[in-house]
Design a protein around this ligand. Structure first.
Ligand code: MG
Length: 177
């Protein structure tokens, strides 16, 4: 009964989830390509992401998951610029980037996708966001040192377990004949 529970949509926070800084505080837009494939800010500071992120995004996208971003940064233009310069634009179908409680971001993704909250999984580094989205029924995973293969694998396993448990509960509450 296990192994078939997969989310339809995987949503990521940006700051301290896909990259190790606050885009509105620690770096200075506008961003641009530097030498080679580097991305730099207005001061020429090289902008890094968590190193497994490009491969993780590519694999999830290739496996057929729909991917989304939910960020409450006030540096909206800078965040979009980085997604573009890192070459991640092509992976994200949903981009909700603006301040405020992330329940708003997810209600937009729900509306645009026609999916339910239970069809989504969410990765974020902040407790408050995890709490808010757990309340509405999105399986929400706290990310401690940025997104990598291991934390995404663990999250997808938790999702599968959640679906399996729900099915078992349903099966056991159905009266026998
Ligand atoms: Mg964050």
């Amino acid at each position: 009964m296990s192994g078939n529970g997969k989310p339809r949509i995987i949503v990521f926070d940006l700051d301290y989830t896909l990259w190790p800084f606050w885009v509105d505080t620690h770096v200075t837009p506008p961003f641009r390509k530097g030498k080679g494939s580097e991305v730099v800010d207005a001061h020429g500071q090289v902008i890094k992401y968590y190193k497994e992120v490009p491969q993780v995004l590519k694999e999830l996208y290739t496996e057929g998951y729909e991917l989304g971003v939910a960020s409450r940064t006030s540096e909206i233009r800078g965040a979009y610029q980085l997604l573009n310069l890192f070459g991640w634009d092509k992976y994200f179908k949903y981009k909700e980037i603006y301040p405020g409680c992330k329940v708003t971001h997810f209600s937009k993704i729900k509306k645009d996708s026609g999916m339910d909250y239970k069809d989504m999984i969410f990765f974020d580094d902040e407790d408050r966001n995890i709490r808010d989205l757990t309340k509405v029924g999105v399986l929400s995973i706290l990310v401690r040192n940025g997104v990598n293969h291991a934390c995404v694998r663990d999250g997808l396993h938790k999702y599968d377990m959640k679906i399996t448990q729900r099915l078992q509960r349903l099966a056991s509450s159905t009266p026998g004949r």
